[in-house]
Design a protein around this ligand. Structure first.
Ligand code: 8DG
Ligand code: CA
Ligand code: CA
Length: 460
């Protein structure tokens, strides 16, 4: 057990076990970002001296005495808890604010063998020192995304981008559990007040699983993650991404096409019998629909829509929802909510509005969903609502004079095709619809989960 030597050493500094034992570390190191310290405990003095000499021979800086300069502490045959406990006490004695990584000695022997530091993979890590858990003020992070502030411009973009790529790839493989896990981890990082620069900052944060931790560590150590880069370069990921970017194509369809050997948009067009009308429109306008819609464009489209809505039903309101309502500067589509202060007057409005837009040559594609029979409660068991909606592709003229000359499906460079969603709600349900259609999708999911858990907690 470690307790005997530890008790004996209480009150002494970590370095005392080796003080005066060997020559000082050479001043120059081939790997300036590594300052190593080998704990003598379990390793023994002889092996420690031997490994120190070998490591120095390869150009590592190895300090005999523990100090705040030490970046990596190497231990022999220690469990994570033992290592943390050891370092906790030692650092507690030295009052050091340094945050070294605790590694198994096998990391050093591998590195000596290769003549350079090998990547600090999870298998070498002995855990986060207890003391550091106390040193890093734990960020108070509520468990549900809907309970916390998630700014658009956050401090961990590099990390969240990688985790979201893994989430997307998991989604492509139909692995919902992993999709959610990576999303949760990314969402937590977005809510942090500072960039993550050290693994110890992850301590106490909810939803950072082992896999996400490994990726974060890799990114901190090397700037890139092998796993993420490999996925991004894979044909499977690239093809699934391409296909799911088509309006009207979800993961299942994209996967089926992939299994059939289809890889490109050309392949899809050659097999056009496989396409729905919506997918055909999606491919036809692929380039435009995958060009971001900017806020000023959304505002201009809102003006066009508002004019038509006012003609059809004076006093009706058109509200820009979706990502733009969350402050995003651009998005993949434009989401409008339409209502009228007098309950019931909104009924039938959407088809009139769409008809009018169509007569102006502005509708390239539309697909309307009418509310189901109010007795039909099937939708209540899903995350979907039952409002009257239209999923459309509109022609957005850059110059208003060109708008009425266009045939449906026609494309001209002084305008572009834009995906626009319309949702009409009675005023009594407007607040809920606005909340639901503001997003993000993840926020909404979390809100449902939070509400459900509250209900369950209240029922207990
Ligand atoms: P982006 O377009 O800027 O890329 O992102 P976004 O605006 O956040 O995403 P979105 O796909 O346009 O979706 C906007 C919100 O609308 C999102 O939270 C999900 C929600 N939403 C749908 N369909 C439905 C639906 O049928 N019912 C409800 N209640 N919400 C829906 O996309
Ligand atoms: Ca949107
Ligand atoms: Ca939308």
């Amino acid at each position: 057990m470690a307790s005997v030597p530890l008790k004996r050493r209480r009150g002494r500094s970590f370095g005392e076990e080796a003080q005066g034992a060997a020559a000082p570390s050479p001043p120059l190191s081939r790997f300036p970002e590594f300052t190593l310290y080998l704990a003598e405990r379990r390793m023994g003095r002889m092996r420690r001296a031997f490994l120190t000499e070998l490591a120095r021979g390869k150009g590592f800086r190895v300090d005999e005495v523990y100090s705040p300069q030490v970046t990596h502490v190497l231990m022999e045959d220690a469990s994570g808890a033992e290592a943390s406990d050891y370092l906790d006490r030692v650092l507690g004695a030295s009052q050091s604010l340094q945050k070294p990584l605790l590694l198994d000695i096998s990391w050093l022997t591998e590195s000596i063998g290769r003549g350079k530091p090998v990547p600090v993979e999870a298998k070498y890590c002995l855990g986060i020192p207890e003391l550091l858990k106390n040193q890093v003020p734990p960020v108070s992070m509520p468990a549900y995304a809907c309970q916390r502030h998630t700014p658009l411009n956050h401090h961990n973009f590099h990390l969240t981008e990688a985790l979201e790529t893994l989430a997307e790839a998991a989604d492509f493989e139909g692995s919902q559990g992993r999709f959610i896990s990576f999303h949760r981890a990314a969402s937590v990082l977005k809510a942090l007040p500072d960039p993550i620069t050290n693994m110890s900052q992850l301590h106490g944060l909810p939803h950072i699983g082992d896999h996400s931790s490994r990726i974060i560590q890799e990114l901190l150590e090397h700037g890139v993650s092998n796993e993420v880069e490999t996925i991004k370069l894979s044909k499977r990921y690239q093809t699934m991404k391409l296909f799911t970017q088509i309006f009207g194509v979800g993961v299942k369809t994209a996967d089926r096409w992939y299994q059939e050997g289809l890889r490109t948009l050309d392949d899809l067009q050659k097999h056009s019998r496989k396409l729905t009308r919506q997918q055909e429109a999606g491919i036809h306008h692929f380039e435009d629909l995958n060009t971001p819609v900017y806020r000023h464009e959304a505002d201009a489209i809102q003006q066009i829509v508002e004019e038509v809505v006012q003609q059809m039903l004076p006093g009706a309101r058109v509200i820009l929802a979706g990502g733009f309502r969350r402050g995003k500067p651009h998005g993949h589509d434009v989401d409008f909510l339409i209502t009228h202060p007098v309950e019931g007057l909104e009924a039938g409005l959407l088809s009139k509005v769409m008809g009018r837009l169509e007569s102006q040559g502005l509708v390239l594609y539309r697909h309307t969903q009418s509310p189901k029979n109010p007795d039909n409660t099937a939708f209540q068991s899903t995350a979907m609502d039952d409002y009257e909606k239209c999923f459309s592709i509109l022609w957005f003229p850059k110059s208003p004079t060109t708008s009425s000359h266009l045939e449906a499906g026609e494309s001209s460079r002084d305008g572009k095709a834009v995906r626009v969603d319309f949702v009409v709600t009675p005023i009594s349900q407007f607040a809920f619809a606005l909340l639901g259609w503001t997003g993000s999708q993840y926020f909404e999911r979390e809100l449902r989960r939070f509400s459900l858990n509250r209900e369950e907690a209240a029922a207990e």
